[in-house]
Write a new protein. Structure first.
Length: 220
């Protein structure tokens, strides 16, 4: 297992969808307190911003490493805190929140960092965009294939070629959607579980702990 040490001061740390990363936060030195903010951004939003950035030109995708770290300068920190306040202190509409997320992504792209979708996983990316719009839906390979204009067998073949399974992709989408709802709403956990496609709170909590290492109640 590889570890990274974060220097003092404000830092922005991220990982792309192509990697699985476990983060354990251990304060260094004599300080006992620190604050960290965990944020997930929808693939569809990253994809649309990446496409818009490529039209402007001159901006490269971020490196393929599992973790990237950069210091937060005053402007980037101000943009981030403005976004956090929009969620935690003065909740705004989803439309306005989308624009503030785009502002953060634009600030990162100005510093040479653009989140790009892996080009070799085209079917996975299409499936993520499709199911990500309605994670609560009872998705099957047949239903997903019909939405993507291909047979169930063709969909499974393409996913196998990209070393992915529909069930794994759907579970990951639902877990990240659940994390987002835990962070941005005051909904009770049973309602969040239902919004993620689970009738059982226990089943949702079990899968959530398997994915993130803690129960949903720990996020609150």
């Amino acid at each position: 297992m590889r570890s990274w040490s974060m220097p003092r001061g404000l830092r922005w740390c991220w990982s792309t969808q192509a990697h699985d990363v476990d983060i354990v936060k251990i304060p260094g030195g004599t300080e006992c307190c620190f604050r960290s903010v965990f944020m997930t951004i929808a693939s569809a939003l990253l994809e649309s911003h990446s496409a818009a950035s490529s039209l402007v030109g001159g901006v490269e995708c971020i490196a393929a490493g599992p973790v990237q770290v950069m210091p937060l300068d005053d402007d980037l920190a101000s943009t981030l805190w403005h976004l956090i306040e929009s969620v935690e202190i003065r909740p705004v509409s989803d439309e306005r929140l989308t624009y503030r997320l785009l502002e953060l992504l634009s600030a990162l792209s100005e510093r040479g960092h653009v989140f790009c979708q892996p080009r070799h996983n085209e079917t996975v990316a299409r499936l993520q965009a499709l199911m990500g719009r309605t994670p609560h839906r009872h998705w099957t390979a047949r239903e997903a294939g019909r939405e993507l204009a291909m047979s169930e067998a063709a969909l499974r073949r393409r996913l196998a070629a990209e070393q992915e399974r529909l069930e794994t992709i759907l579970s990951d989408i639902r877990m990240h959607h659940g994390m987002m709802l835990l962070q941005t709403t005051a909904w009770r956990i049973p309602r969040i579980a239902e919004a993620c496609g689970y009738q059982s709170r226990a089943r949702f909590s079990e899968l959530f702990r398997s994915r993130f290492g803690c129960l949903p109640s720990a996020i609150r």
